[in-house]
Design a protein around this ligand. Structure first.
Ligand code: HEM
Ligand SMILES: *[C@@H]1O[C@H](CO)[C@@H](O)[C@H](O)[C@H]1NC(C)=O
Ligand SMILES: *[C@@H]1O[C@H](CO)[C@@H](O)[C@H](O)[C@H]1NC(C)=O
Ligand SMILES: *[C@@H]1O[C@H](CO)[C@@H](O)[C@H](O)[C@H]1NC(C)=O
Ligand SMILES: CC(=O)N[C@H]1CO[C@H](CO)[C@@H](O)[C@@H]1O
Length: 336
């Protein structure tokens, strides 16, 4: 008889259910907020994963420091298209892959990712995803070039699909104005602050003339002397020498003199109207992003480094596959 539900028991029971129901969204939100990723995901399954990755990267960067730029950029290109799922690494099949989209033309360093993957497959076959390798490598190249170090959230799995058109649609072009840039980031769940902070990555690396030459010549259709008024005229003159009209598609350092060092110069350059892309210059066209640029133009990197870590983590959570979704690729350039 004691098993029988008395009204009191029923209401207690219902009450507990109600509490659970109310708590569920909280619990799920919590998991969702981190998209199922966690720091040290491979702690048990492949304890050496991060050490091995770092070793390969330090050696590679020592041999070719200029690979730091493209390897950091690769993380951005992976995450903005279909989420951080390693889709940037897949080769074209009957369907043309992201890799072949114009914005990726200048991405390099795929062989370094393969080198890391080979080392990890030897240590723990089939365990570490290519998507996580990109995320770990991005951290390692920032650290290796003098930027901040941080704990990378891992646990991403690899996607099965890579489509050229998605790269064209989802990667913001260097010609975008501030409202389009903000919209592009917002579509990925990132804020105006993330935009201005992550753009600080342009402190390392190089760009091809083609990515900004419209700013140098015939900008508004009034002849070759007509340059983008938002760029410092002295800088225009200097860049024209490196990027001749109809000349070869040369490369220029984005942060001249320190393009191999992850530092805070980007904000100095932008505030001096020497950002290379219209998308860099556009950061002065919005009150929030402009305030960030201005408050970081004096060269103190502490707060930028802290902000950069936060925004990299946020970018690293975009559209991730976790749990049983996707797969762990054996070779990063093709699905299993
Ligand atoms: C805000 C939107 C962004 C635009 C429009 C943009 C555009 C570009 C362009 C056009 C290049 C030069 C490519 C070339 O001509 O070789 C470049 C290079 C680069 N970008 Fe961005 N980018 C953006 C955001 C980011 C983010 C979020 C990161 C990483 C956190 C990043 C990291 C880099 C790096 C490191 C390079 C140098 C690559 C190298 O040395 O080869 N960019 N970006
Ligand atoms: C920014 O560019 C978009 C797309 O080209 C355009 O519709 C919009 O009017 C532009 N915004 C500003 C403020 O110029
Ligand atoms: C500049 O652009 C305008 C309009 O786009 C075009 O008609 C003109 O021929 C260009 N001039 C030069 C020198 O390229
Ligand atoms: C993917 O393409 C690269 C470059 O063309 C090539 O070296 C690599 O072997 C390809 N991967 C596969 C699995 O075919
Ligand atoms: C590294 C790489 O795969 N680059 C490709 C980028 O896209 C162009 C086509 O737009 C290809 O020709 C490149 O090979």
């Amino acid at each position: 008889m004691s098993e029988m539900a008395t009204p009191k028991k029923v209401s207690t029971y219902l009450f507990l259910h109600l509490v659970l129901l109310l708590l569920l969204p909280v619990v799920f939100d919590h998991v969702d907020a981190h998209h199922g990723l966690k720091v040290g995901f491979y702690k048990k399954s492949c304890p050496q994963a991060e050490v091995i990755t770092k070793k390969v990267i330090l050696k590679s960067i020592l041999d070719a420091r200029s690979l730091a730029g493209p390897l950091l950029r690769m993380f951005f290109h992976d995450c903005f298209v279909r989420g951080c799922d390693g889709s940037i690494l897949l080769n074209s099949t009957s369907q043309r892959a992201e890799k072949d989209a114009t914005p990726n033309q200048s991405l390099r360093g795929y062989q370094i990712i393969d080198r890391v993957k080979t080392a990890l497959e030897q240590a723990c076959p089939g365990v570490v995803s290519c998507a996580d390798i990109i995320a770990l490598v991005a951290r390692d190249v920032v650290e290796a070039t003098g930027g901040p170090a941080w704990d990378v959230e891992t646990g991403r799995r690899d996607g099965l699909v890579s489509l050229l058109n998605e790269a064209l649609n989802d990667l913001p072009a260097a010609s975008l104005n501030i409202s389009s840039l903000k919209a592009s980031f917002q579509q990925k769940g990132l804020s105006a602050k993330d935009l201005v902070v992550l753009s600080g990555a342009h402190t390392i690396g190089v760009s091809h003339c083609a990515s900004f030459s419209t700013r140098l010549y015939n900008f508004s259709g009034n002849g070759d002397a007509d340059s983008d008024p938002s760029m410092d005229p002295d800088y225009v003159t200097a860049l024209r020498k490196k990027c001749l009209k109809n000349g070869p598609n040369n490369i220029v350092e984005m942060d001249p003199g320190s393009f191999l060092n992850f530092d805070i110069h980007f904000y100095q350059l932008v505030s001096q109207r020497r950002g290379l892309f219209q998308s860099d210059a556009a950061l002065l066209d919005d009150h929030e992003t402009r305030a960030y640029v201005q408050s970081h133009q004096n060269g103190y990197s502490d707060s930028f480094f802290k902000d950069f870590v936060v925004s990299m983590k946020r970018m690293g959570r975009i559209g991730v596959l976790t749990g049983n979704s996707g797969e762990i690729r054996k070779v990063c350039s093709k699905v299993n």
